[in-house]
Design a binder for this molecule. Sequence first.
Ligand code: BYC
Ligand code: FE
Ligand code: FE
Length: 470
Amino acid sequence: MSSMSLNDTIPNNVDLNHDRRLKKALESWQPKFIEWWKEMGPAGFQEKDVYLRTAVSVDRDGWADYNYVKMPDYRWGIFLTPEEQERTVGFGDMIDAKTFDEVPGEFRNSLRRLIVTQGDTEPGSVEQQRELGLTAPSLYDMRNLFQVNVEEGRHLWAMVYLLHRFFGRDGRDEADDMLERRSGNADKPRILEAFNQPCEDWLSFFCFTMFVDRDGKFQLASLAESGFSPLRRSCRFMLTEEAHHLYVGDTGISRVVQRSAQLTKESGGDPYSLGGIPLEIVQRYINYWVTYAMDLFGGEISSNAADFFAAGLKGRYNERRKYEDHTGNDGSIDIPVVQDGKLVNRTVPTRNAMNEILRDEYISDSLSAIRRWNKTIAEEGVDFELTFPNKRFHRHQGEYSGHYFDYEGNITDEAGHAAAVATHLPTQADRDLVKSLMVQVTEPGKMANWIAPPKKGLNSQPLDFEYVKL
Ligand code: BYC
Ligand code: FE
Ligand code: FE
């Protein structure tokens, strides 16, 4: 295994010192990254000391170091998990062949596209969350936001390393473009739509980390099965950091839901009168981000996905552990598609249904969180149940885009769809209400009124620890 170089300009465990050209190329990308970070990273807090974890090893225990850091000084590094011994391709046409450490010519374009698409999401999310520090409900939450932000920055580094290392001139150009596109910019938007949606309040932030970062979990896990070793090992390590992002989202929504339920009860049904967010609004925010997350899995029926799978580049979630047939040539699944204004089942070969299979894994993962939040609401003695939108509602990609569906997934007409949108997606009034509650709370241990405190602090620190020194 290659060793850790933690004191280099770019911390890494990929032997950068033995590849001068690569090292130089990355070192010339580094100042552009820092410039981007200062321009598009967290607004207003670049000079503050933040209690952050930094990846310093790829050991399962003790991979991170916790300390006060000013964000622009964060040690963004390149880390791959150790190479497994006797590793073989786990699926697709080349199943059982040796995994590859260089990019096979015929897969070069597909691989580049996957890596660029993955990489582009990371800075996109940082840009979307740029202003949130200014309304953080506590120092604990503010620190979590910044932790997520610096780690998304590191994920960009992970993909940029692959581009520089394996794609020559093209790769370097792609790496530069990552710093040129901007979330929500009409002329040079981020690639995937979810990363162009505004994320301007903390309810959105928690929904984002819960539901959009969760797409990250499933996409990274599929890429962490890849026969292309450097991609597999990069994504494996990214998943280690990703767990915290999901924790922030899941516990964030849970704390909102708990507080909203408490205030609903105390006020006899009008939580906003006591400074809380009505549960109906929480539901609409969830619906909004879930439907954009659904699009992130791509088309239900996808020859791209079939090609990625055939080439051994992108597997399914837990491909090795969960599935028996790894060729993808067995079986099929029925996917409802619109035909002559009706939904009819189409039988789709497994390989072409990979996006849908991954989306279904994602949905079942999300549903378990909805059940937990509903338990919290019930425990507070409030009669309200959160639901999960049907996967056909409010879609902009795949089979269901361009058709009208209601919240339950039934075909409807334009008016029916407009009614469903009005009922199930956030209105301007909802957004104004949420915005009116967003106030920055900076006293250690104190929380904004609309959110319950977390059950515990971070890294065994007390809740009133000074997570950010202002
Ligand atoms: N928006 O066969 P199709 C994360 C395009 S999140 C815009 O349906 P395919 C993170 C598609 O490119 C994880 N365009 O789809 C989270 C194609 O275009 P062309 C991100 C879209 O290729 C929070 C056309 O539609 N990682 O890490 O099978 C914070 C038809 O393609 C969208 C990845 O996505 C969309 N939503 O699948 C920070 C993994 N969907 O060829 C970070 C890498 C589809 O017609 N990416 N299109 O020009 C992939 O695996 C695949 O590219 C996708 C799309 C699953 C995204
Ligand atoms: Fe990420
Ligand atoms: Fe993330």
